[in-house]
Design a protein around this ligand. Structure first.
Ligand SMILES: NC(=O)c1ccc[n+]([C@@H]2O[C@H](COP(=O)([O-])OP(=O)(O)OC[C@H]3O[C@@H](n4cnc5c(N)ncnc54)[C@H](O)[C@@H]3O)[C@@H](O)[C@H]2O)c1
Ligand SMILES: N[C@@H](CCC=O)C(=O)O
Length: 528
């Protein structure tokens, strides 16, 4: 980030960045706009690789803009990339951990150096506003560093265990965590950098070799990430970057017998299919699944309404509601219901919507035509089943007509039995419900198959009850920086319970990098 200032960009600090951030973002944007439409190769076994078939990476901000042309990999690409990673595994896994983390820290530093370039690309490719886009890149570098720090703190995870109480012999028992082999990283569109680079960094720090496949809406960001790994000097085949469709290339990767483990971040439906398909292998292999969310916010009568309003709006509509951690359900105690709803509607109406590369804009477009159509279908349903307080329409004025712009939408009076209280819409739509008390709010909050993030605004006793009873992996209280969003490695390790995640250990936390290694016990007996 801006080296001349003490400012550290996180999702919690990003709302009022120094001026230098804007200047440098704009320079990078100008530069990147001079390179639109160029062809980008995959990166396999240390080389750029192209396929006969290509696909266009289109900007959701303006669908006339082709950001780049990318390779449409399929099963042949999957075979090639996995073979390269398999060949590189013995060398990388036996590279001393000190050397591995030195190279990965270099990759993280290269990301810092290129952060504005990452930011400009993500603003155009995902539709993130500039601070969200820069945050994604900064988070990636921190996730990689956090994994390295953990390996270093545990000195490569080699521990001496107890000595058996043997007579006439001495037993030395060593526990060693060792990498699995070829690790697959499949990532979603919404955090194309952090959710590709974070798992990739942990898998590599642990000594695995990787194949990473980004979402087909966001191949450019992942290409930049691959360049940082390449330029940091990671040996050929240690990391491989491939592009193509989920049901074609992604499926071929999952079905490949030489994959030792996978980290999938994406929707519940795709994740569960992948989990079942991956189970068809010869033995049980680790599958770290980070899936969707339907994240509740509870506001009690003791809450500070201004703080609650700011935090809720940031989490409901940041990145157009397309965060797994988005606050999509809001439960308000009846005594303050009307007052808070009025504030939420007012704050929503003040949000700026448009080209997210513009510094004045908070909300950009949704990612693609399917999401745009989904928005219109959900809104039709919500209009009939509940009451739309604000929003509820697509935006087509002037230049907005060229992109996928949707008005941030708040809905009330939706019966608690309605399916959209439980379905992850992944759009700028939040539903608001009135509750009699905290107990009722917590019951609603937990009554979904997801368990990713949750937030509360209330007093100390209410917060203690909430933390004790809420079924979610990441929880916040009285947080204006985001009611349910804005986790950062080392501060709020990120992961879900129930249908939101499989491992029970959060990324960017104390127990994460260990997921990429299996334990080996080495017992050696000597005569005493
Ligand atoms: N829990 C988390 O940490 C987290 C973080 C970000 C996003 N998400 C979730 O991700 C979803 C949004 O992202 P998305 O729309 O890109 O998700 P998605 O499930 O549509 O796609 C995710 C990835 O899976 C690939 N894929 C699709 N079909 C596949 C198949 N058959 N085999 C292998 N790979 C396949 C896609 O190409 C993409 O790379 C939301 O549900 C969101 O909540 C979760
Ligand atoms: N890091 C993000 C969550 C990623 C999911 O989409 C947050 O905490 O807001």
């Amino acid at each position: 980030m801006a080296e001349s200032s003490a400012f550290k960009l996180t999702y919690a600090t990003m709302f009022n960045p120094p001026e230098e951030l804007h200047t440098r973002f704009e320079e990078a944007l100008k530069d990147k706009k001079n390179h639109l439409g160029e062809e980008h190769a995959m990166f396999i076994d240390g080389k750029d690789v192209k396929t006969d078939e290509k696909f266009n990476d289109i900007s959701p901000v303006d669908t006339d803009v082709v950001l780049g042309v990318f390779q449409k990999g399929g099963s042949e690409t999957a075979n090639q990339a996995i073979a390269a990673a398999k060949k590189a595994f013995p060398g990388w896994s036996h590279t001393p951990w000190e050397k591995r983390i030195e190279l990965l820290r270099k990759a993280a530093s290269l990301m810092d150096e290129r952060i504005y370039e990452f930011g400009a690309v993500m603003a155009m490719e995902v539709g993130k506003n500039r601070t969200e886009a820069l945050g994604d890149a900064a988070e990636t570098a921190d996730l990689i560093r956090y994994a390295c720090d953990q390996v270093e703190a545990h000195k490569g995870f080699v521990y001496e265990m107890g000595h058996d109480p043997l007579v006439g012999y001495k037993a030395d028992n060593i526990s060693v965590l060792r990498p699995y082999g070829v690790w697959l990283v499949i990532s979603p569109f919404n955090f194309p950098c952090a959710l590709t680079g974070g798992p990739a960094g942990a898998a590599l720090a642990a000594g695995n070799t990787i194949v990473m496949k980004p979402a087909s809406d966001t191949p450019w960001t992942a290409r930049l990430l691959a360049e940082c790994f390449r330029d940091a000097g990671l040996p050929a085949g240690v990391f491989n970057y491939v592009t193509g469709g989920g049901s074609t290339l992604g499926q071929a990767l999952i079905e490949h017998p030489d994959v030792a483990g996978v980290t999938f971040t994406g929707s519940y439906d795709v994740g569960m299919k992948l989990y079942r398909d991956f189970a068809a292998g010869q033995w049980v292999r680790p599958a770290i699944l980070e899936l969707g969310g339907k994240n509740p916010v509870i506001v009690t009568r003791h809450a500070d309404l201004e703080t609650a309003t700011v935090g809720i709006i940031r989490s409901a509509f940041g990145l157009q509601g397309q965060k797994c951690s988005a606050g999509s359900r809001i439960y308000i105690e009846e005594q303050i219901y009307d007052a808070l709803v009025a504030r939420l509607v007012d704050a929503t109406n003040k949000l700026t919507i448009g080209d997210p590369t513009d510094r004045k804009i908070t909300l950009g477009p949704v990612i693609n035509k399917k999401s745009y159509n989904d928005f219109q279908n959900f809104v039709d349903d919500l209009r009939h089943s509940g009451k739309i307080l604000t929003g509820g329409k697509i935006l087509t004025d002037g230049a907005l007509a060229k992109g996928y712009f949707c008005a941030p939408t708040l809905v009330e009076n939706l019966p608690y039995t309605h399916k959209l209280w439980k379905h992850e819409m992944f759009l700028p739509i939040s539903t608001i419900g009135k509750v009699k008390n905290l107990d009722e709010a917590i019951q609603h909050a937990n009554n979904v198959s997801y368990g990713l993030t949750a937030g509360i605004y209330g007093n100390d006793d209410e917060i203690a009850t909430f933390f004790d009873r809420i079924e979610a992996g990441v929880n916040y209280a009285n947080r204006p920086q985001g009611a349910t969003t804005g986790a950062w490695p080392g501060f709020q390790p990120f992961g879900g319970w129930k249908g939101s995640g499989s491992s029970g250990k959060n990324a960017g936390g104390l127990y994460y990098v260990q997921l990429y290694m299996h334990e080996q016990i080495r017992t050696r007996i000597r005569k005493a």
